[in-house]
Write a protein that binds this ligand. Structure first.
Ligand code: GTP
Ligand code: SPV
Ligand code: MN
Length: 584
């Protein structure tokens, strides 16, 4: 088989000449194709069966122990001009990068099958959706892409019609970290990834296309490609507000997207609808509002911590047709991770579980599952026009300083709030965990161009003809002096969303502080919550002196981007700093 698009056929032929596979398979996305892939992977030991009685059609995949997370130090943005990639990215000149990685691709698919994977990011009939083709030698990647994207014949038909697609070339290579690169060529709409089979390194539709390449395109074309969940909050009157929220990796997007309201809220009629849990593409609609789609079709979610208590919706969708990567297993061969009941028999490397070896599941163990299996999946997620966004929420993991929630005074202030986001690092990328770093808009690892230009792009939406969402900041991760979280989080986060909606609808008063609008304690519904005495006060307080230090650090961070940094953002930082100085 080949396509009706000469440019695509030529590219596939050219890659085949370079990589010399034994066979070429064009993926049609059919059930029969998936079953055949699964059979092959079971035979080869790439997938392991799980208990068919408790988890029908579910499989376990164990990565190479040296290939369990994104590798930011090996991820490059290769623009002609180094400044276009910016200090937020690792850069290599395009020619040198092609040469380096093509040398690794040479002959790498000998003895393997080359899969051509046409995919669409977003509903296939959506004007907001974009297509790509991933060439890979990993059947595991194909099986994941089939759940994470609209993959196969319908996507190929759209690609043939449009004649334009993002090219992604991937090989697992030998999984040698010294021969591993994830390279992006935004000017050529091209991705090349070698030497990893894991998640964001290998499922090229996800972070490589839908964030790094798409953010670059979005800037040129006047839209936004963001590391955000999209969730619909339906109030007892039946009105649904859609909220888009950017939290860094492993900081709560999937959990907020699938939130189950506390009992008292359910009884009153509150409902929560999941549109997306990781990526949001949005653009101004004819009515001036921002309309958003989730470009993905599935979830590649963090397994550890997912439990009946924290995220029952996620658990409910994981009992069939799912792939588990780097989790442990129980004696009766069910998938197991920290947070579930029961005990593990084997750990994520297949060794008998021994506490001395660390947790049973790798901290970045993941599940892959189709979005359609989520009990709270919003019917609007398939709407080609997308959903209108009422609020944008930024948030990070900050054990001190940052209040539970505050509202930006206007769009420009909101862009500063997003740009100055900080968060403690997690296991989603290799490297130290728990180190505070700036992660602007949760896009530090994912923005395909210079952050200074990205902030300017965000600021450019501040136009009289647009009805922009209100911008908020949250912090679910504030800790008390005992080291425990002060806020219960998870389902109870709806209490904070309720306050935001009250603000958006103009029903709640504003308590202005230099850093933004903070709720009056009486306006936040904490009824029925067992919180430590004084916790709420700590969660809502603004420590002026500590914030002055924070603003200094934010100023230094912005200065690090040099002359490209928009003056408006620097002025905004100065405005907040002087407002704090007046209070000190
Ligand atoms: P990526 O898929 O890496 O982008 O992560 P994510 O942002 O979707 O994070 P996820 O929702 O999977 O949460 C990651 C970890 O944070 C899990 O261990 C959760 O249990 C924990 N978590 C999520 N929400 C909350 C919360 O409200 N409070 C607390 N304390 N922990 C939370
Ligand atoms: C993240 O790290 O933000 C993820 C997982 O969502 S990965 O697909 O590996 O990027
Ligand atoms: Mn993510």
């Amino acid at each position: 088989m080949a396509s009706q698009l000469a440019a695509l056929n030529q590219w596939v032929e050219q890659v085949a000449r370079l990589t010399t596979p034994d066979a070429i398979h064009w993926c049609d996305g059919s059930d029969a194709e998936l079953q055949q892939l699964q059979r092959g992977m079971l035979e080869a030991g790439i997938l392991l069966p799980l208990n068919p009685d408790t988890h029908p059609n579910c499989f376990l995949h164990r990565s190479d122990p040296g290939d369990v997370a994104r590798v930011e130090h090996l991820t490059f943005v290769c623009t002609k001009d180094r400044d276009d990639a910016g200090p937020n990215n690792h850069w290599m000149a395009p020619e040198a990068a092609h040469e380096k990685i093509d040398a690794l691709f040479a002959g790498c698919m000998k003895g393997r099958t080359l899969y051509v994977v046409p995919y669409c990011m977003g509903p296939v009939d959506s004007p907001l959706a974009r297509c790509g083709v991933e060439i890979t030698d990993s059947p595991y990647v194909v099986a994941n892409m089939r759940m994470m994207t609209r993959m196969g014949a319908a996507a190929l038909a759209r690609i043939e019609r449009e004649g334009r697609f993002v090219k992604g070339l991937h090989s697992t290579g030998e999984l040698d970290p010294d021969r591993r690169f994830i390279m992006h060529f935004p000017e050529e709409l091209t991705i090349k990834s070698f030497g990893s089979g894991y998640g964001g390194n290998a499922l090229l539709g996800k972070k490589c296309h839908a964030l790094r390449i798409a953010s670059y395109q979005a800037r040129q074309e006047g839209w936004l490609a963001e590391h955000m969940l999209i969730v619909g909050i339906e109030n007892p009157e039946g009105k649904t507000h859609y909220v888009a929220a950017a939290f860094p990796s492993a900081c709560g997007k999937t959990n907020l997207a699938m939130l189950i309201p506390p009992a008292a809220y359910r009884e009153k009629g509150w409902k929560v609808w999941t549109v997306g849990d990781d990526i949001c593409w949005m653009q101004p609609g004819p009515d001036g509002r921002l309309w958003a789609i989730n470009p993905e079709a599935g979830y590649f979610g963090v397994a550890p911590g997912t439990s009946a208590k924290t995220n029952p919706n996620a658990l409910a969708m994981l009992d069939r047709d799912a792939i588990f990567t780097n989790v442990g297993t129980t004696a009766d061969n069910q998938p197991w991770w920290e947070g579930l009941d029961g005990v593990p028999a084997l750990d994520w490397q297949g060794r008998p579980f021994d506490r001395a070896n660390g947790p049973a599941a790798h901290p970045n163990a993941r599940f892959t599952v189709s979005a359609k299996q989520c009990p709270s999946y919003s019917p609007e997620a398939e709407n080609p026009q997308g959903v209108p966004i009422s609020a944008i929420v930024f948030g990070g993991r900050r054990e001190s300083l940052v209040p539970l929630v505050f509202e930006a005074r206007d769009w420009r202030h909101g862009v500063l709030v997003g740009a100055s986001m900080g968060s403690e690092t997690t296991a989603a990328a290799t490297g130290a965990v728990g180190v505070m770093r700036r992660d602007s808009m949760a896009m530090k690892p994912f923005c395909g161009y210079n952050f200074a230009d990205y902030f300017a792009h965000w600021l450019s939406f501040d136009r009289a003809d647009l009805k922009l969402p209100t911008i908020f900041h949250v912090n679910w991760f504030r800790k008390g002096s005992d080291g425990k979280f002060l806020w219960p989080g998870f389902g109870d986060n709806l209490r904070v969303l309720e306050w935001m909606i009250g603000r958006i609808e103009g029903r709640l008063p504003a308590r202005e502080t230099p850093i933004g609008i903070v709720p009056d304690a009486v306006d936040l519904n904490v009824e029925g919550l067992a919180m430590a005495p004084g916790a709420l006060k700590t969660l809502l307080e603004v420590d002026v002196e500590a914030w002055q230090h924070e603003l200094l650090s934010i100023g230094e961070y912005l200065d690090g981007f040099g002359p490209r940094m928009p003056a408006a953002l620097r002025q905004e930082q100065a405005r907040v700093a002087s407002a704090l100085a007046v209070m000190a």
